[in-house]
Write a protein that binds this ligand. Structure first.
Ligand SMILES: C[S@@+](CC[C@H](N)C(=O)[O-])C[C@H]1O[C@@H](n2cnc3c(N)ncnc32)[C@H](O)[C@@H]1O
Length: 275
């Protein structure tokens, strides 16, 4: 008889309430943690200052745009890129685009946790969230990749290396660690070419460097379903990242028309047209 299902609140409204709250917790708009302190010293040198020069208090505009490295929050991608991820995962579930969710470069796991939460909110039991990272921070630049030659992010391992156990625990505290979450630990060049992933509906690349982006595209892009989403977190933040995207599309997907759309001035995405 329905019981006026959920006292008159629709399933969609309940889903929105849960997913709004999950987003705000994952980026910590709730307790408003400051950016990490080291950005004033060592990290500031590594990253060249710029956007990290302001004081250390919580700045809602930066958090919205994912422009700080939070001291506590489980994701650094900010509100707009979280909303983009929700659009992507919701869209593939609602439209029946086949495949799993993959993030390459997860840090504390927040974006992957959000993907698992979105799947759960739809009752989608037939898709896996793949959590791919070294869990040791970024690699040293490989001399074969000129675009990475000045990259120093590997020196920030003290803040970027989050162990697999810690990331798993982060899933657990939201009640979202289960057999629909799988971890691929290691350098992308070693793990992704043989990853046991058949088909991908959402591919989110957040490995910053040219090689990290290229390794992920070469191994995983051919598995993205038509209608699936490809999200590049660092497209405008790092020239080496956007260069890898364009080199890959030009050289390895010459027939692909990638209609690249802006998210927040840093990240971009497109929907795959062909396969
Ligand atoms: C900017 S963080 C990811 C942020 C995360 N998506 C979030 O929601 O906050 C970059 C991550 O990429 C990983 N990474 C970068 N290049 C890698 C590579 N070649 N192999 C494995 N992990 C890599 C680092 O360990 C780090 O965790």
């Amino acid at each position: 008889m329905g019981w006026g299902i959920h006292m008159g609140i629709s399933e969609q409204s309940l889903r929105d309430m849960y997913l709004d709250l999950m987003r705000d917790i994952l980026i910590n708009e709730i307790y408003k943690d400051p950016p990490m302190k080291p950005v004033r010293g060592k990290l500031k040198k590594i990253l060249g200052g710029g956007k990290y020069e302001a004081d250390q208090s919580f700045d809602v505009d930066r958090r919205t745009l994912g422009q700080d490295w939070p001291s506590v929050a489980h994701s650094m991608i900010g509100r707009k890129r979280m909303d983009n991820l929700r659009l992507a995962v919701s869209s593939v579930v609602e439209n029946g685009v086949p495949g799993d969710m993959v993030e390459t470069g997860v840090w504390r796991g927040g974006a992957c946790i959000y993907m698992r939460a979105i799947l759960k909110s739809y009752g989608a039991t037939d898709r896996t969230v793949w959590v791919c990272d070294s869990f040791e921070g970024l690699p040293k630049p490989d001399a074969a990749y000129v675009a990475d030659k000045d990259d120093m992010l590997y020196k920030a391992a003290d803040v970027l290396a989050i162990s697999k156990e810690q990331v798993a625990n982060n899933f657990r505290i939201y009640g979202l660690l289960d057999d629909q979450v799988r971890f691929l630990k290691g350098w992308f060049k070693d793990t992704l070419p043989t990853a046991p992933i058949d088909q991908i509906a959402v591919l989110r690349l957040d490995g910053d460097m040219y090689q990290s982006t290229m390794d992920a595209l070469q191994a995983l892009y051919p598995k993205v379903s038509p209608g699936g989403y490809v999200i590049i977190d660092d497209y405008h933040a790092l020239d080496s990242c956007s260069q890898a995207v364009h080199d890959y599309l030009k050289n390895e997907q010459p027939d692909e028309v990638a209609d690249i759309k802006e998210i927040d001035g840093t990240g971009v995405y497109w929907v795959r047209q062909s396969a």
